[in-house]
Write a protein that binds this ligand. Structure first.
Ligand code: FES
Length: 265
């Protein structure tokens, strides 16, 4: 699923997260080393690392929030995972921020509870990083993996805000056979697909675990979910291959005067 916060196709959030990760784990490590060796000047190093970690963490959070809101498919297993990822990161940053109040001076030893808070924060960062890795490597959030002849990633927002009825969902000349476009109609995410037999429209949400079908592959009228490989007939919505068991909803769609019109019941 292509990242929303990207620079020429390169997702920004994963580019920034090594900085807070390194700084904050460095802060916890320095504090532990200082406490173990009695070299109190290391607490000052830890304090600087803590400040840089918090600043870079807040910066990295901005594109992360954008992707959470606009790139992660709603009502999916990845959305639940991304929520846990965000909560773990916010809690970790809060612990590191709270630990700053446990420093009595630039070179004074950090209090035991502040060191403990940073160690817990470091553990949470590791957990959040693990979830982040799963979001990228399994759920492919931020990965643009278009197959040959898939065309450019296309997203259209229906001009009308109506939830039901017939809506204009963009030009009819932007898709070749076996290409798809994601269309937002109200709260719905609908795939508009062009097949050798004409146009088809179906729900974007895979009925297995909510994978984004618009990010999958369309071949011979079948769309394959990018997460676990379920296949659906885009015209009838029927499951062609599991693990999904339930069909996806389909919608009437027709081309008229160079535009596509979708009917949502
Ligand atoms: S989410 Fe598992 S096959 Fe689509």
């Amino acid at each position: 699923m292509r990242s929303t916060a990207h620079l020429h196709g390169h997702p920004i959030h994963p580019t920034l997260i090594p900085f807070p990760f390194a700084y904050l784990l460095g802060s916890a490590g320095m504090n532990l080393l200082a406490s173990a060796t009695g070299r109190t000047r290391l607490h000052r190093t830890a304090s600087h690392l803590n400040a840089m970690g918090l600043a870079s963490g807040l910066l990295a959070a901005v594109p992360g929030i954008v992707d959470y809101l606009f790139a992660v498919p709603p009502k999916s297993s990845a959305h639940d995972r991304a929520t846990r990822h965000a909560v773990a990161n916010v809690t970790a940053l809060s612990l590191f921020a709270a630990a700053r109040t446990g420093r009595r001076g630039p070179d004074a030893p950090a209090s035991a509870w502040a060191v403990a808070a940073e160690v817990c924060g470091a553990g949470l960062l590791g957990y959040a990083g693990w979830l982040g890795g799963t979001l990228v490597y399994r759920n492919q959030i931020g990965v643009d993996h278009r197959y040959a002849n898939a065309g450019k990633w296309q997203v259209e927002r229906a001009a009308s805000s109506i939830e039901t009825g017939t809506v204009d969902v963009g030009p009819s000349d932007g898709l070749e056979v076996d290409q798809m476009r994601l269309v937002h109609v109200g709260d719905r995410r609908i795939v508009v697909a062009r097949t050798a037999d004409g146009w088809a429209a179906c729900d974007d949400r895979c009925t297995h675990k909510g994978g984004p079908l618009s990010d999958g592959a369309l071949v011979a009228g079948r769309v394959q979910c990018p997460w676990h490989g379920s296949q659906f007939d885009v015209t009838s919505g029927a499951v062609v291959r599991g693990p999904a068991e339930a069909a996806i909803a389909t919608y009437p769609i027709a081309a008229r005067d160079g535009r596509l019109y979708l009917t949502v019941p």
